[in-house]
Design a protein around this ligand. Structure first.
Ligand SMILES: [Cu+2]
Length: 174
């Protein structure tokens, strides 16, 4: 029994070392290939279930922004604002291309992350941890951790509550 247990733990240790070599080392190198700046999230009021997040990315090598997550939201979606019959609407995007050397800006009225199922009110001045998922040109994915500052902006002042209001707030942000 003891030998079997020891073998199993050795196997796990070996697997960990291999994983660390395969995943962690390239991740550190890859993370330096994309610079993130000006990250911010719109503040919310009590009962509001969604908030938009914005930031700027500059990739050294061609890459793709494929998603994000934060412990403060149940889900995070990448969105794009589009004109549809004269009305601005937003739609989910599977990814956003990050051309080499070009700064891609997520800003109000354009690309943004939508933080959904918010677990708390986001007050101006607070920080929201965001984990950005990026896919390198070699299809290897890695995570970039950034902190977004919560900013109070007039458009975020609509009072809202409940599920219906969450959807309402979702659209009020744009
Ligand atoms: Cu949106």
């Amino acid at each position: 029994m003891a030998v079997k247990k020891l073998l199993r733990s050795l196997c796990h240790a070996a697997a960990c070392v291999v994983l660390a070599a395969l995943v962690v080392a390239p991740t550190l190198a890859l993370a330096q290939q994309v610079a993130v700046s000006a990250a911010w999230v719109r503040s919310t009021v009590a009962g509001q279930g969604a908030a938009a997040a914005y930031l700027e990315l500059t990739a050294r090598e061609p890459a793709r922004l494929v998603g994000a997550s934060t412990p403060l939201a149940g889900a995070t979606e990448l969105h794009q604002m589009v004109m549809d019959g004269g009305v601005m609407k937003m739609r989910p995007l599977p990814f956003l291309e990050l051309p080499a050397g070009k700064t891609v800006v997520l800003r109000p009225g354009s690309y943004h992350f939508m933080l959904l199922e918010l677990k708390q009110v986001l007050r101006a001045g607070e920080q929201v941890p965001l984990s950005l998922r990026i896919e390198g040109h070699d299809k290897q994915r890695f995570t970039l951790d950034v902190r977004a500052e919560v900013r109070g902006v007039a458009a975020a002042s609509s009072p809202a509550s409940g599920k219906a209001a969450t959807d309402h707030a979702h659209h009020m942000h744009h």
